[in-house]
Design a protein around this ligand. Structure first.
Ligand code: M6R
Length: 385
């Protein structure tokens, strides 16, 4: 190759070989969209909270009026349904509102008990999931109020629901949802504050403190993502396994469901999530020497109970990977691998604890040479029944 200057004299230039292609550039240099999207979590969270929590006044204006409802139904599929499980734990413990979570493909065909004091919340990244759309239409036909938590603007669900809260995660390319999941959880944390405020569970002063706390959450998310190498080291220890179990109690169980789905959908390792106290009712028979059990333990009130469940599986030979928080960390002798989340308020835990699970799943799939962004048999948006 010859290069000339403006006087048409040949000049020597140093060659720099860029090992990128258009695909890599689109991924901002990351090997996969999934990893890029996990790394975007701190930014999209900051942006969405910036929009909804500019001030207490903005927050109160942007959140729907929930005062009329005494029961909430959350209907969704897959990961979106798992965010509903987190919402149930939060709504029931903080706002004391009875919350039912249902899988959309069941809800659409079953006898549902709701009335004018019930709010049906549908959650969907794409806004085009067939079963979720059908459930939304069923509630509307029955005259029940509906609210959608959606990412894709002007999607079918966004257009048809009575009210919509956009999570604004931006485009999510990887089939396995990560940043949209995190923002759905964040939206439920905001909605819960509105419920608490309307039910006089918190004063405006306390509401303002909670909102300030949430605004700090992207810094914590960033900190947790920065631990990536440690999570990748855990992936090295588990990627050859055939079966992996996730256990936790309460809200930790809701996150286990998502951790398990993330792992199985992209790595093709068989995985199941259980409420920690439930294993001994059958599934514990599957635990043998070196079966990997990933334990999520962030709930302070339930930690002693979870520890006793860890001991049960440890006694059957399991290798324990513990994900806990600084406040609950100790020199546990039953643990093979450990992730310790930073010290912060309980309210932020659902935004943090999922990140190591997403990154472990990612790295396990990478080590197994799987098609991470497009796992077999799966589509980003399930528009058929
Ligand atoms: O677009 P939606 O949020 O309605 O999609 C729901 C599920 O299909 C989706 O969350 C699915 O479970 C993901 N593959 C999980 O990563």
């Amino acid at each position: 190759m010859y290069i000339y200057n403006k006087d048409m004299k040949s000049v020597e230039k140093e060659q720099l070989v860029v090992n990128w292609n258009a695909d890599r550039a689109e991924k901002n240099g990351y090997d996969h969209f999934m990893l890029k999207e996990i790394h975007e979590e701190k930014d999209v969270l900051r942006r969405t909270l910036g929009e909804y929590v500019e001030s207490v006044k903005t927050f109160l204006n942007k959140m729907p009026d929930m005062s009329k409802y005494d029961k909430i139904h959350i209907v969704a599929c897959g990961s979106a349904m798992h965010t509903g499980m987190i919402a149930k734990a939060i709504f029931e413990s903080y706002a004391e509102v009875e919350t039912v979570v249902e899988i959309a493909s069941e809800y659409r065909y079953k006898k549902v008990f709701y009335d004018e004091r019930t709010l049906v919340i549908v959650v969907s990244q794409s806004g085009e999931t067939a079963d979720t759309i059908a459930s939304l239409r069923k509630a509307k036909e029955d005259g029940i109020d509906t609210l959608a938590i959606v990412n894709v603007v002007s999607s079918t669900i966004a257009r048809e629901a009575d009210n919509v809260l956009y999570i604004r995660a931006g485009v999510e390319v990887a089939v396995a949802t990560t940043k949209a999941y995190l923002l759905q959880v964040a939206m439920f944390l905001l909605l819960n504050l509105k419920l608490m405020y309307e039910r006089h569970k918190i004063t405006s002063q306390k509401l303002s403190e909670f909102l300030k706390l949430l605004k700090k959450s992207p810094d914590y998310v960033e900190k947790v993502i920065a631990g990536e190498k440690d999570y990748f080291a855990i992936a090295e220890k588990i990627y050859n396994d055939q079966n992996i179990f996730f256990i936790g109690r309460g809200i930790d169980y809701a996150m286990c469901l998502e951790g398990s789905l993330k792992l199985k959908e992209i790595s093709y390792i068989h995985s199941e999530a259980y409420q920690a106290g439930e294993l001994k009712h059958g599934t514990i028979s599957l635990i043998e020497n070196h079966t990997k059990v990933i334990v999520l333990m962030t709930d302070r009130d339930l930690s002693l109970k979870t520890i006793s469940n860890i001991k049960e599986v440890k006694a059957r030979g399991a290798d324990i990977v513990l994900i806990t928080r600084q406040e609950l960390d100790s020199d546990y002798d039953f643990v093979s691998e450990k992730v310790v989340l930073p010290k912060t308020d309980d309210y932020l835990m659902p935004l943090l604890a999922i990140i190591p699970l997403q990154l472990i799943a990612y790295q396990v799939a990478k080590l197994r040479d799987c098609d991470i962004d497009k796992p077999r048999n799966l589509a980003k948006s399930v528009t058929v029944e």
